[in-house]
Structures are given as C-alpha cells and as structure tokens.
Design a protein around this ligand. Structure first.
Ligand SMILES: Cc1ncc(C[n+]2csc(CCOP(=O)(O)OP(=O)(O)O)c2C)c(N)n1
Ligand SMILES: [Mg+2]
Length: 411
C-alpha cells in the first residue's frame, strides 16, 4: 500500500478581506465585443464557450461594439436609464425610512439595476417574472405605483398584502410579478412549472426565473434545470452573480471551479455569461433568450456578472467581511454611469439632463412616500388589525377559526 498523505478538504476563500487589497483577477472578464453571438436555435452544447467568457457590448469609452449590439432606439435606452435612476433613488429613500423606523427592514439593489430594468424592457409586459428581493427594478419599470410599494414596506392600512409579508416581498399579478418568497430557490421551480403550464395551455407567455449565486446551491435550482431541459420549457433562467450571498463569497456556492453559466450546459440548456452592468448587453442577451423561448427552442440560462454594492440588507454590515472599496474597484463599473456615458457619446444625454432627471425621480419618490405616509407607517401604528389575518384564506372559514377571529376582534 502506498503511504498517502492525510486527506483534507478545500474550503474556498474570497481573494480579499477587510484591510487587504481588493483583487478581482478571478473574474475572467472578456473584452467588449469579443464574444460571438450564435443564432437563437443553437444547440445548447454549442454555447459552452459563451458560458465561460463574458458577453459585453459597451467598451471603456462607452462605445457599443461587437456582434451583440442590440437594435435599439435611444428613446428606449433613455427610458432604461430613467428607470435605473428611479430604482436607485427609491432604494436610497427607503434606506432612510428604515433608519427612521418607518419600515422594519429593507433590501436595496444598488449596482444591479441594469439587470432587472434591462430584462423588463426586453421581454413582453405580460411575460411572468418570478423575482427575488433584488428585482424591484422590474416592478418599477413596469409602472407599478411607487405608493403601493411603499405601503407594502410600511405595512400600513393600504398595504396590498395587509402586513402579512416581510417588507420588500411585493406581489402584483397585473404586472406579471409573482409574489416574492423568502424561501430562496423556490422561484426557479415555480417559474419552470409556470412556463410548462403556459406551453401546455397553448399560451404565448414565457416565464423569467430569478436566483442569486448563493441560492444556486439549493436543490430547487437543480430540479428546475432538469425540467426546463427535458421539456424545453419557455423560460429565461437568470442567475444574478453579485459575488456575495450575505457574507459568503460566491466561490462557496461553486463559482470557483466553474462558472454558474456552465451549470446550464451540464444540464443541456443553452447558457450565456453576461456583463450585468452593461445595459446594452443585458438588453441583447435578454432578447436572445426571450426569442429562443418564444420560438420553442427552450430555456436559456444567463449568468449576470455584477456586484452587490451595498449591504445584503439593513441587518448586514459588509465592512466585517470584505474590503470597503470593493465596488469602486469592480472592473465592470456602475451600470448607470456606463449607460449615461454611452448615451452622452451618441448625443442622446447630457450632464444637465442627468441632473434634471435625478431631481425629477427624487421628487417622484418623495411625493409617493408622502402619500404613503398618509396611510400610516410602522412607527405610527396604522397597521392592519391582527384579526384580519383570517381574511382571504378560506372560501368557507371553519367554525373554530371564525371563533378565534371573533375573539381577536374582542367580539
Ligand atoms: C432556502 C433559504 N435558505 C437560506 C435563506 C437565508 N438567506 C437569505 S438571503 C441569503 C443569501 C442569498 O444570496 P444570493 O442567492 O447570492 O442572493 P443575493 O442576496 O446576493 O441577491 C440567505 C442564505 C433563505 N432565505 N432561504
Ligand atoms: Mg449573491
């Protein structure tokens, strides 16, 4: 018998910690325009090289280059930029409201705005999204009233879900926005199931599934991929790789030895790895996947490479586990600044317009917040009576629950 050394396990570590220099060399960034664009009916196994590189359109000077340049009017890009600014402004205000105890908890999507806004503008308004808590940009782009969002956050008397959901867990059937669940990964099996049902019914709507890098470690992700592949489910499988899952680095979910996009290839699903901070690349890749799903060629998995610029939530302090200047050094930059740079370059934007739009969206958020506060905030105590928890649950409420409800009402 040979004398083998003692066995040991590999435990991935992030390349830098607080107080050490930031190092993003692990990212494997392709040059803008360098990755080919295959036809939408490509065989899944022929997308492996794209799953291992990075689709980018905007170069460092804000010029659109290469085969993925989307056919797009400046008006749509301006709409996207405004929606991103509105989303960022909304997040900033709600963080303040949380500090003021008007809302118990908040989650922002700082730095990731291009992904949700861009995809919302690339797919049909009635395609069904199964988002996580970091895709508020979809709701905002689809025109869901900010007042209703804030009432949900404040759990007040106009909260559409009557205080039964954690703040940020929005829902709107009319906006194709499936109820956000805190149980991560469930979005994937629900989206694939919904997409299969849409096909079974002969409908034309597709689904858009959302998950974070960390949550791909959940079994639901893998189960969903099997069904999506086998039945060519009409679904876009989005993986938002923002490098972190609370304090866990993406490598601990398996991002070190293979890309998250490569998970799709192994499951027989066409897969793309895309610069999530490049609004034009988001539009182009989302349209490609959307077209593929609608034409019956099946699912596409898209890994969006981005960076969670802020804390995981208002209950998190990232200065404990990563360098403070990470986002400033992230090689893919800030999606808002990059789209503004591009639009300015093509003569469809200016610093003055940026400042004016910024002021406009801030005023819009402020006005919505004022109106929502009229219905109460968590701090003001204008919340739904506990006895309403029995409403909307049963068509015919069992007698013992009717009794409990009446007791709660003091009847
Ligand atoms: C099934 C499940 N496991 C664990 C959690 C606790 N949890 C909430 S957020 C989170 C991190 C998720 O990270 P990621 O999927 O990368 O998404 P991100 O927050 O970065 O957008 C965890 C572990 C949960 N909500 N659901
Ligand atoms: Mg993450």
């Amino acid at each position: 018998m040979p004398a083998y050394p003692p066995l040991s396990l590999h435990v991935p570590e992030p390349p830098s910690r607080p107080g050490t220099p930031t190092d993003f060399s692990y990212l494997n960034v392709s040059a803008a325009g360098a990755v080919r664009r295959p036809p939408v009916d490509v065989r899944p196994d022929e997308t492996l090289d794209i799953a291992e590189s990075l689709v980018r359109v905007l170069d460092d000077r804000g010029e659109a280059v290469g085969p993925w340049i989307p056919a797009v009017e400046p008006a749509l890009l301006r709409q996207g930029l405004r929606a991103m600014l509105l989303t960022r402004s909304f997040d900033a205000r709600m963080l303040i409201a949380q500090r003021q105890k008007k809302v118990s908890f908040y989650m922002q999507c700082l730095g990731e705005e291009a992904i949700s806004v861009g995809q919302a503008l690339a797919i049909e308004p009635d395609d069904m999204c199964f988002p996580t808590y970091r895709q508020q940009g979809i709701l905002i782009t689809r025109g869901y009233p900010l007042v209703d969002m804030i009432c949900q956050l404040f759990s007040n008397q106009r909260d559409p879900v009557k205080g039964r959901q954690l703040p940020v867990m929005y829902t709107s059937r009319a906006h194709g926005f499936f109820t956000i669940a805190g149980n991560l990964g469930t979005q994937y099996i629900q989206a694939v199931g919904w997409a299969m049902a849409s096909a079974i019914k002969g409908d034309t709507r597709i689904a858009s599934a959302w998950i974070g890098d960390g949550s791909t470690a959940a079994a639901d992700f893998h189960n969903a991929l099997t069904f999506a592949c086998v039945y060519h489910a009409p679904v876009i499988l989005n993986v938002v790789n923002n490098q972190w899952a609370i304090s866990s680095f993406q490598a601990i979910a398996g991002g070190e030895a293979a890309t998250f996009a490569a998970r799709g290839i192994g499951n027989g699903i066409a897969s793309l790895r895309v610069d999530g901070n490049d609004f034009l690349a988001v539009l182009a890749a989302s349209r490609w996947a959307h077209e593929r799903a609608h034409r019956g060629y099946g699912a596409t998995l898209i890994e969006w490479v981005t960076y969670r610029a802020g804390a995981h939530s208002t209950s998190d302090d990232p200065s404990k586990y990563r360098p403070a200047d990470d986002w400033a050094r992230f090689p893919l930059g800030d999606p808002i600044a990059r789209l503004a740079q591009h639009l300015t370059r093509i003569g469809a934007w200016s610093d003055e317009e940026h400042a004016r739009t910024q002021a406009e969206v801030e005023a819009e958020v402020l006005a919505a917040q004022k109106e929502a506060e009229g219905y109460g905030t968590l701090a003001s105590g204008h919340v739904h009576d506990a006895s309403t928890m029995f409403d909307d649950v049963y068509r015919e409420m069992p007698a013992h629950l009717r009794h409990q409800r009446d007791q709660a009402r003091g009847a």
